[in-house]
Design a protein around this ligand. Structure first.
Ligand code: IMP
Length: 200
């Protein structure tokens, strides 16, 4: 069965592929079905995830998963938040801007979290939603080469940044990994998706 992943972000797509490895789906992308990503006009991560999944499902008439995620920094009142992908023009510039904005903020006030909302929409419009969160701090300089986006700046309680983790280790603890674990549990309860087999 085809499952449309409603994202154009390559970093996310790579993670989604390994998070769903072993599931009986042929993963297809917006590019594969000739659809554009809709404008993210929602006021919450969950609204934007639903917007992406609904648009994909309507366009392709396929089961569709939408993900909306971002980085929320306490000292910036939750910014960049919903605007994480638009905070500046490139990933490198976004990281530099964040470091600049936090230049005078001491370690004890650099708390942040990543948040991920997932929305699964069936071709008939029925939907399921899950969320996941990962807590940490913003480092004073980028470290690590794995992952994508803000990963080199996101320090975990053990001192490593998300970009210093292997892909599997990141998936075990990340906002996206947690939202997917819950979504997979929900998907296993949907007979149309599992073909009544409870094991994948
Ligand atoms: P959107 O969900 O496509 O609107 O974009 C989310 C943005 O948040 C990405 O472009 C990244 O900048 C950031 N982001 C989301 N998840 C992660 C992650 O796991 N690591 C690093 N950055 C992330």
């Amino acid at each position: 069965m085809k499952l449309l992943i409603a994202t154009t972000n390559r970093g996310k797509l790579g993670e989604v592929r390994s998070l769903l490895a072993g599931a009986p789906f042929e993963l297809v992308t917006l590019e594969d079905v000739g659809a554009a990503a809709p404008e993210e006009t929602g006021t919450t991560f969950a609204e934007n995830a639903a917007l992406k999944a609904n648009a994909g499902a309507r366009h392709a008439r396929l089961w569709t998963l939408g993900d909306d995620s971002g980085l929320c920094v306490d000292a910036l009142d939750g910014r960049p938040g919903l605007a994480s992908a638009r905070y500046d023009t490139t990933e490198e510039r976004r990281r530099e801007k964040l470091l600049r904005e936090l230049a005078d903020v001491p370690a004890e006030r650099r708390d942040a979290h990543f948040f991920c909302a997932l929305s699964l929409v069936a071709p008939d419009g029925k939907s399921w939603a899950t969320t996941g969160r990962c807590d940490g701090k913003i480092a004073f300089a980028a470290r690590g080469t794995q992952g994508f986006g803000y990963d080199p700046l996101f320090e975990l309680p053990d001192g490593r940044t998300l970009a210093e983790l292997s892909a599997d280790d990141k998936n075990r603890i990340s906002h996206r990994g947690r939202a997917f674990a819950e979504m997979v549990r929900a998907m296993l309860q949907i007979p149309e998706l599992t073909g009544r087999s409870a094991a994948w």
